[in-house]
Design a protein around this ligand. Structure first.
Ligand code: UDX
Length: 410
């Protein structure tokens, strides 16, 4: 066809790899570059370094339009290069070194008219810096995909956000995503960059808020935060999504982005108090859960405790900033003998099945809501159980041995 664009993608993590696979599937020629030689070698022979449903298939179906390299010069013919390198927070501040060094490298290989589009999550003002480093048009095109449904989210996003200095560079990026049918917001680069932090902060805030309501529910007999949340969420101004109370939020985005946003705002002389409160409230969740278990089961020293779930959420093997891992740490600190099981994530204390994990354990914490933990009420009989993710049916549990986040006890 005539609408195909030669695309480069720098950084082959979640965002870069999914972007590359989806755009190749749309018929574009894509070259992916990463500094990690092992990752590139793996991708060349069809091995996918991350677990993401559907990604293996999408990559192998589009093999002929996808090339991987550690060498920036393979991007020489690209008309558009996405930057999707990581932007970690170090000492609470965003580290932009990888973005800026990618920009520098791109400036040496790309043609005069090639455009750089930033997909990495970056603080407002970064596109402007990248424009001066890369000495060409730069577009901010933030990514809102969720791990576990990354391909679906890229094919069917709620909206496409494009922040550009020049209309034509913005048009080029917009044309790539027009197939999604999603509303397109054309913004300034700073606005587009801010949207990403505001979205993630608001979502984190929503979860921290419902967790506070859950705490109150626990003190009211027969009160269930899930029923309360459902009723709150039917107000269209609030929406029912992201109101699942539990052990709190983790993962590679929310903790990093809320911290980076707070530090960025502080530099501007602002202090977003609601975001600060959302972060502080979330930090309390694992400790609160362990205390609840201790109130139920007594001191945990020397006793065998099983943690079901390690990933920061289901359908991923990602344990970055996982609340489940923090629960494991706290239990170990209390002197408990901890065993853990997760369908995808493994640590030293892991068993190979939930049955083995639960066997001989006196207490069980459900820390991630994997489907395979539903319907296991029978397996947990006779044990102290804390359901941190509301996967069990309270009606099937003995109230003397059972607590759930956001569930009041009679
Ligand atoms: C998030 C954003 O949703 C996405 O738009 C952005 O691009 C990246 O960050 P992700 O980190 O993949 O995506 O996970 P998400 O599904 O949003 O969950 C984040 C955390 O919040 C998880 O730990 C999850 O368990 C927790 N959560 C989410 C809740 O505790 N309750 C909820 O109702 C929703």
């Amino acid at each position: 066809g005539c609408n195909e664009v030669r695309i480069g993608v720098v950084g082959l993590g979640y965002v870069g790899l999914v972007t590359a696979a989806v755009l190749a599937d749309r018929g574009h020629d894509v070259v992916g570059v990463d500094v990690d030689g092992r990752k590139v070698e793996a991708l060349k022979v069809g091995r996918v370094p991350i677990f993401e449903p559907g990604l293996d298939d999408l990559l192998s179906e589009n093999e002929e339009r996808l090339h991987f390299s550690t060498d920036y010069s393979s991007l020489r013919d690209a008309e558009l290069a996405f930057v999707a390198v990581s932007t970690p927070t170090v000492d609470g501040k965003i580290k932009l070194d990888y973005v800026l060094s990618a920009a520098r490298s791109l400036s040496t290989v790309l043609g005069r008219d090639a455009v750089v589009a930033i997909k990495s999550t970056v603080v407002p003002g970064t596109a402007r810096r990248v424009r001066s480093v890369a000495d060409r048009e730069v577009v901010s095109n933030p990514e809102f995909l969720k791990e576990g449904s990354a391909i679906h989210d890229t094919l069917r996003p709620d909206r496409v956000v494009i922040g550009s200095f020049s209309a034509s560079a913005g048009d080029l990026v917009e044309s790539l995503w027009s197939f999604t049918g999603a509303p397109v917001l054309r913004l300034t680069p700073e606005e587009a960059e801010l949207v990403k932090y505001a979205s993630n902060s608001f979502l984190a805030l929503k979860v921290s808020f419902i967790n506070e309501i859950a705490d109150v529910c626990e003190r009211l007999p027969g009160c269930d935060v899930n029923r309360v949340a459902r009723a709150i969420g039917l107000d269209r101004r609030i929406s029912p999504h992201f109101l699942n109370a539990g052990l709190g939020w983790g993962g590679s985005c929310f903790p990093k982005d809320t911290r980076a946003f707070l530090a960025f705002a502080a530099q501007l002389g602002e202090e977003p108090k609601t975001v600060r409160a959302a972060v502080e409230g979330n930090e309390e969740r694992p400790r609160r859960a362990v205390r609840t278990l201790e109130r139920l089961a007594g001191p945990l020293r020397g006793r065998k405790v099983c943690v079901l779930g390690l990933a920061f959420k289901p359908n991923t093997d990602d344990t970055r900033e996982s609340v489940a891992m923090k629960v494991v740490e706290l239990l170990l600190r209390e002197g408990a003998r901890v065993v853990a099981y997760d369908p995808k994530a493994r640590i030293d204390l892991s068993t190979s099945s939930k049955e083995e994990c639960v066997r001989e354990a006196e207490a069980v914490v459900i820390a991630t809501e994997w489907d395979e933990f539903r319907g296991i009420e029978g397996l947990l009989k006779g044990k102290y159980v804390l359901d941190g993710r509301r996967v069990l049916d309270p009606a099937l549990m003995d109230p003397r041995f059972f607590r759930a986040v956001g569930l009041g006890v009679e």
